[in-house]
Design a protein around this ligand. Structure first.
Ligand SMILES: Cc1cc2nc3c(=O)[nH]c(=O)nc-3n(C[C@H](O)[C@H](O)[C@H](O)COP(=O)(O)OP(=O)(O)OC[C@H]3O[C@@H](n4cnc5c(N)ncnc54)[C@H](O)[C@@H]3O)c2cc1C
Length: 403
């Protein structure tokens, strides 16, 4: 049993219970219209497919083109621009994630990760060439940073190498792990250590280039629809023109992570909202002892806690986004949002699963999918511990990282 909410007219609220303090009032009418368009698509086209594709461990590729055609990244009808669009972009992620975490992750791989890599890493000239194609998805890319032997310690541990050749091109060798969406991408944004100066550089590698091998990571119990790849790079030649010219050390990668981490905080917020909404619908319908589950005090206590978590998360991400719109980007700010919204998300999906009872472990209710998918989001884009250490360093001035 899913929760379906009809796309509202412009007078109505897009979000009722899940946006208790009416953060959506920060959106313009045009932005709300775009989000209503997305809602309508997700309800009609996506929701009926989710349980089946989750169980099969496949991405519903038939949704990709229509989702791109919704023109959500830089919608033509929006008059706001640049940072002023931050709240819209956040709610776009929220809307996707409250429907499905894999859909949100798939979209954000392009609109968040890859776009950020190009925005931060490419030269002006490269951006002029690539950015329009990133925005209309005619150049699909993924963010390939994590390695089999280096996750949390990637800054110091990154071991994929880039060797400059006499003709100016580069040879890449190494392996990347967990790379979301790689199998259907045109290019892989690969981070590699320059053997000459020891610094991290970035390259757009043709996914079909000689020496690139992709292997699907199967057997996942979380985000089953999202496809993640183990990538091997063996003597892959990349022209200098495909190197991101503004990435000259890991500091430039950290600037990308700072922006991307706030997107993931919006994903965690959306997952919590989706689980809460599904649980609320269920407990109001399900009867036990001749009354609805929602009429019992202990169930209401859990609903109140879930609402507190969702409201806390939404307040955090909205405020973070407002700060970033003013140009304030600090590692500890996005780390705090990612850490805390993930804690709220984990608590919320567990409470939602609990109040739905036995049905809460079947795909027939949306809560089971949210419950399982939350685990991947809890770990990616900075684990709880790593984000806590970033915050701890800002609070005390002492770095507790081992490197
Ligand atoms: C579904 C999914 C999608 C992903 N997509 C991408 C992608 O598209 N691109 C990409 O580059 N990466 C991606 N990742 C990788 C992700 O960012 C890493 O999984 C994450 O950074 C953690 O690395 P790890 O899994 O190697 O864990 P590890 O680094 O091995 O850590 C394991 C545990 O040890 C803890 N730990 C590590 N160091 C310390 C310390 N110093 N102090 C205390 N605790 C510590 C961690 O917090 C964690 O709990 C994805 C991962 C998943 C699961």
């Amino acid at each position: 049993m899913g929760t379906t909410t009809a796309a509202p007219g412009l007078g109505a609220r897009l979000y009722s219970a899940a946006d208790w303090y009416d953060s959506e009032s920060l959106l313009t009418q045009d932005e709300r219209r775009v989000l209503a368009r997305l809602r309508d698509f997700l309800d009609r086209e996506a929701k009926p497919l989710l349980a089946e594709y989750w169980e099969r461990g496949e991405f519903p590729e038939q949704l990709a083109r229509p989702l791109i055609d919704l023109d959500l990244m830089e919608p033509a009808e929006l008059t706001t621009d640049g940072p002023a669009r931050g709240i819209y972009q956040g709610f776009r992620i929220f809307e996707l994630a409250r429907t499905d975490a894999s859909l949100a992750t798939w979209y954000t791989a392009q609109a968040g990760l890859f776009r950020t890599a190009v925005r931060v890493g490419a030269s002006e000239q490269q951006q002029a060439e690539w950015m329009p194609k990133v925005i209309d998805f005619s150049l699909k890319g993924v963010f390939s940073l994590t390695e089999p032997e280096s996750g949390s310690d990637i800054a110091g541990g990154l071991s994929t190498t880039a060797r400059r050749q006499a003709d100016g091109s580069w040879i890449l060798d190494g392996a990347k792990r967990w790379i979301g969406g790689a199998a259907t991408a045109d290019v892989l944004a690969v981070f590699a250590r320059d053997t000459a100066d020891g610094q991290v550089k970035a390259f757009l590698v043709d996914r079909a280039a000689a020496g690139v091998t992709l292997e699907k990571i199967s057997g996942k119990t979380s985000l089953r629809m999202m496809q993640n790849a183990h990538i091997t790079l063996a003597g892959v030649r990349v022209p200098e023109s495909m190197r991101l010219h503004n990435v000259n050390s890991f500091k430039d990668v950290a600037a990308m992570l700072r922006a991307m981490r706030s997107d993931v905080a919006w994903i965690a917020t959306g997952i919590a909202a989706g689980a809460f909404e599904a649980a609320l619908t269920y407990v109001n319908q399900r009867q036990q002892f001749g009354r609805s589950l929602g009429s019992f005090q202990l169930v209401q206590e859990r609903l109140a806690r879930m609402l507190g978590n969702v409201t806390g998360s939404l307040s955090l991400v909205v405020r973070l986004t407002e700060q970033q719109a003013k140009g304030i980007y600090r590692d500890e700010d996005s780390a705090l949002a990612k850490m805390q919204t993930s804690l709220f998300m984990r608590d919320t999906v567990a409470l939602a699963r609990e109040v739905v009872g036995g049905n809460g472990i079947t795909l027939a209710t949306d809560v089971a999918r949210f419950h399982a998918d939350a685990e991947a989001v809890y770990s990616y884009e900075g684990t709880h511990e790593i984000n806590a250490l970033i915050i701890g360093r800002a609070l005390t001035g002492e770095s507790a990282f081992t490197r």
